[in-house]
Design a binder for this molecule. Sequence first.
Ligand SMILES: Nc1ncnc2c1ncn2[C@@H]1O[C@H](COP(=O)(O)OP(=O)(O)OP(=O)(O)O)[C@@H](O)[C@H]1O
Length: 295
Amino acid sequence: MIEVRDLRKAYGERKAVDGVSFSVEEGEIFGILGPNGAGKTTTVECVAGLRVPDAGRVRVAGLDPVADHDRVTRVLGVQLQRSELQAKLTVREALELYATFYERPADRRALAGRLGLDAHLDARFGTLSGGQKQRLLIALALVGDPRAVVLDELTTGLDPRARRDTWDLVESIRANGVTVLLVTHVMEEAQRLCDRIAVIDGGRVTALDTPAGLIGRTATARVISFAADSPLDPADLAALPGAAEVTGRDGRTVVTGTDATVDAFVSLLARRAVTARGLRITDATLDDAYLDLTS
Ligand SMILES: Nc1ncnc2c1ncn2[C@@H]1O[C@H](COP(=O)(O)OP(=O)(O)OP(=O)(O)O)[C@@H](O)[C@H]1O
């Protein structure tokens, strides 16, 4: 659905995007994750045809977003970071106005219903809460009945409940067959929603995998923790194969490492015939993987 090959874009001397490649399959939720200034927004702006790449190839449903801009706007909906509308425009007016941009717009009433906006149709944009504004901006990205949608930092500034509601919404968008390209800083969001994630840092893709794949490739994929007064020698723990770190935290000993570390740890317990009180073995989070994968 979306293909980006060796994309390059500089602002003067500054190389914002420096050879980015990825492709997004139809029906996928594909995440772009990376630190501030990594080139995420520039990348999706090139996908949407809002910026002209210096080099590289971008295709959306086989179309060139610059040369075929009109046709691309019919297949690709866009919700950009920090979008604003006129404060006095009502929700109904915004939906009607945006629908006029398309030959075959989506059913506005059904869309407003799906996005929980029916009760707010006469409310003015300026009076909406952050979550309601975000839902309206997503509705406007979907009003052209697109096959794919770009969502750039859509839950920034939302409270935990509004954030979760928005995640449910993204899942329902995909369930309706729309491909989603999601730019995010929120690890929990990426881990929960994305089928695959490209980590972008310094204008380049530094890793591209499923959330579980990204976590699995870090040196600290597994976390073993147990009560600190368990009869285990820290030197033995540090010597376990693959062990990255042995630390103390909140009255517990924490060993990070790989599957091999877990296997050897279990053998160590058996050999010494000791019990590690309160033992927990968990996976690292995408947060841990992200910090490993970015500068
Ligand atoms: N219009 C512009 N003119 C000049 N430099 C720009 C412009 N837009 C972005 N940049 C620079 O290009 C780099 C990449 O910016 P971009 O907005 O693509 O990153 P980002 O990953 O989306 O960052 P953030 O997470 O902070 O939104 C940054 O160094 C930024 O300062």
